[in-house]
Design a protein around this ligand. Sequence first.
Ligand SMILES: Nc1ncnc2c1ncn2[C@@H]1O[C@H](COP(=O)(O)OP(=O)(O)OP(=O)(O)O)[C@@H](O)[C@H]1O
Ligand SMILES: [Mg+2]
Length: 376
Amino acid sequence: MSVFNDAINNFLLPVKDLLDDDTVTEIMMNGPFEVFVERRGLLYKVPNKFRDGEALFTAVRAIAQSVGRLVDDDNPTLDARLPDGSRIHAVLPPMSKGGLSVAIRKFSREKLTLKDLINFGSLSPVAARFLDICIYLSKNIIVSGGTGSGKTTLLNVLGSRVPKEQRLLVIEDAAELQIHGNHVLYFETRKEDPQRGITEVTIRDLVISAMRLRPDRIIVGEVRGVEALDLIQVMNTGHDGSMGTVHANNPLECCTRIETLCLMGDVKIPPDAIRKMVGSAMQIIVQCSRYHDGGRRISHVSEILGVDDKGNYRSRDIFRWIQTGKDPETGNFKGEMVPCNYIPSFFDDIVVNKLPFPKNNFLTPEWALKIIKSVS
Ligand SMILES: Nc1ncnc2c1ncn2[C@@H]1O[C@H](COP(=O)(O)OP(=O)(O)OP(=O)(O)O)[C@@H](O)[C@H]1O
Ligand SMILES: [Mg+2]
């Protein structure tokens, strides 16, 4: 494990087997004596233990130091990215009441591809082709989902499908995306550190700069603050095909979330106008969900059609994942992603551009008609 230097490796000896194990995607330490891991989306308790609270704290402090950060009474939380891209978050006691809590999200060297997502059953081949078309047609796409639902993974996959000659500007809090393209520029925010005279550079600052760097498309890794308004403006002002991820549990909530974030800043635009801007900027929402069987799937691909007379967002599902059963042996959900009998408003663009995607790809199969009707 080359992520950590030897000293840190020594401190992390009690969990070394987990760090080396590629099937483990996340390691969680709830105080020194309780360790859980995530494998294939599910949590398991493992027997690993640290000697005592001090031993765990020493390990965390060494990791923090290796990336130029401090953890102590004045800095009781640590949010850091390790050189290999793994992410660590720690909260010290007494804020963390059961002792020092640490979670390490391991960076997977193998970046998942659209094919992988199809093989995992996270997405149907037809829906995958449809998303490809949306990217080709420069639709604005928001990937929505809960924590750890696969948003960043999907954004990475979608970003890599952008036509190679386009200029892509990628903005993140902590560099995580690795987009395959010929012309991709990455930007990362900076945290303020008054003691060292370092000022803050926010996502918002970077979005504003990116606009002046002649982007074809702007990708914001995670929209979670006032930069939402800038992204909406980017999307509404000719940089079609921009993308981002948002924390939300379904496509409509995603619109409301973006709206709330837009209003958090010191904006002079009335809320009604913001809602209209959000409604027209967002075109496709891809909803990632983590299901109880541990599977991460795309639960909805939806089109946003602006706001209605009453000011409600209008959304139509184009594809949905439907559970049809459960494997009695593995406990894995059985199901399928099905089209929802809705032809997207931009179908003519698909035809005009001679893209091979016939209309009947949007038709719900007979067996799923009742289910689709009952959920929509
Ligand atoms: N479709 C998928 N099938 C299986 N595993 C997946 C899938 N998508 C993502 N993963 C795995 O799930 C984990 C979390 O993925 P990812 O970081 O993309 O989620 P996220 O929603 O961006 O999380 P966060 O909310 O913390 O930013 C990673 O280990 C990733 O490899
Ligand atoms: Mg993410």
